[in-house]
Design a protein around this ligand. Structure first.
Ligand SMILES: *[C@@H]1O[C@H](CO)[C@@H](O)[C@H](O)[C@H]1NC(C)=O
Ligand SMILES: *[C@@H]1O[C@H](CO)[C@@H](O)[C@H](O)[C@H]1NC(C)=O
Ligand SMILES: *[C@@H]1O[C@H](CO)[C@@H](O)[C@H](O)[C@H]1NC(C)=O
Length: 264
């Protein structure tokens, strides 16, 4: 990382633009991996000045492209063999050398923590409502269903959206509205890639409240520590069946502005 920042510094200083108090540079360097074994790597750098997209380096093309008259001129002077060698070196240390670590992260799963509780008691002819929550899971795909006496319930079931829950992890809820009957058994079923078989949480109204909120804890402790370290360095943009992008982001603001902000 420090070598990389150093190069950026050199690059920026060679541009020798006038920096006013409110100006800032933003750079984003991304590694895009394609192929089942991540064998195909593309390294790109995007530079913006005050949110205006100015220049882009693309390792597949092997050169800088400018998008404004000024940056076109800069690109023309920057595209030389030395520059190309520097970018190749960056591609190696940022993308190639991190490939295995990134592949492992993308493959990572975190088992959901599952809790069930009553949000509405049945009263005066109104139905009761249970909520089954799953959180701290990865990847996003999850299936939650309800069973009543071992049979799947379809009526009175609703879901909240699957929401991000901190770095990398997701959470969601499923609600069941129902009229309680004596001696019945209500079960929340959660299916997720991290679980070898569906997790079943049975509602037991006879237990005291504290014990009712049954918790199924997965491997997330270990995973959380790992992710916290990595996400400081990498910004994970997108994963799909066909490609994965990891980006390093950086914003450069004038020192004067930092000092001014620090003083307030
Ligand atoms: C980089 O250039 C290649 C070849 O022109 C192109 O296919 C690819 O989409 C470009 N990548 C980005 C991120 O623009
Ligand atoms: C960059 O490379 C592409 C293809 O290799 C070429 O078409 C383009 O003109 C080059 N751009 C610059 C600014 O040199
Ligand atoms: C990622 O998961 C796939 C399928 O589950 C497996 O074949 C592959 O070996 C895993 N890769 C790593 C780096 O763990």
């Amino acid at each position: 990382m420090s070598i990389y920042h150093f190069y950026f510094y050199l690059f920026f200083s060679s541009l020798s633009l006038v920096f006013s108090d409110h100006d800032y540079y933003q750079s984003r360097a991304c590694c895009t991996f394609k192929g089942p074994d991540y064998e195909d790597i593309e390294y790109t750098i995007m530079l913006s000045f005050n949110k205006n997209f100015m220049m882009e380096f693309n390792s597949t093309r092997g050169n800088w492209t400018g998008f404004t008259p000024y940056s076109m001129d800069v690109a023309k002077h920057t595209n030389n063999p030395i520059e190309k060698a520097i970018r190749e070196f960056e591609k190696k240390i940022l993308c190639l050398d991190n490939r295995n670590a990134i592949r492992t992260i993308v493959n990572q799963t975190a088992a959901p923590i599952i809790k069930m509780k009553s949000v509405k008691q049945s009263a005066g002819g109104h139905p009761a409502m249970l909520v089954c929550s799953a959180f701290n899971f990865y990847p996003k795909q999850i299936r939650m269903t309800w069973l009543r006496n071992q049979k799947q319930v379809t009526a009175g079931v609703s879901y909240s959206e699957v929401m991000p829950d901190g770095d990398w992890l997701y959470q969601t809820q499923s609600y069941l509205e129902y009229t309680p009957a004596h001696g019945e058994k209500i079960t929340c079923v959660v299916e997720h890639m991290s679980l070898p078989e569906p997790a079943l949480v049975v509602w037991d109204p006879s237990l005291p409240v504290a014990e009712r909120n049954k918790i199924v804890i997965g491997l997330c402790g270990l995973l959380l520590g790992f992710v916290a370290v990595i996400s400081g360095l990498l910004y994970y943009k997108k994963t799909s069946a066909s490609y994965t992008v990891f980006c390093h982001r950086r914003v450069l603001v004038p020192v004067e502005q930092l000092l001014a902000e620090g003083a307030t």
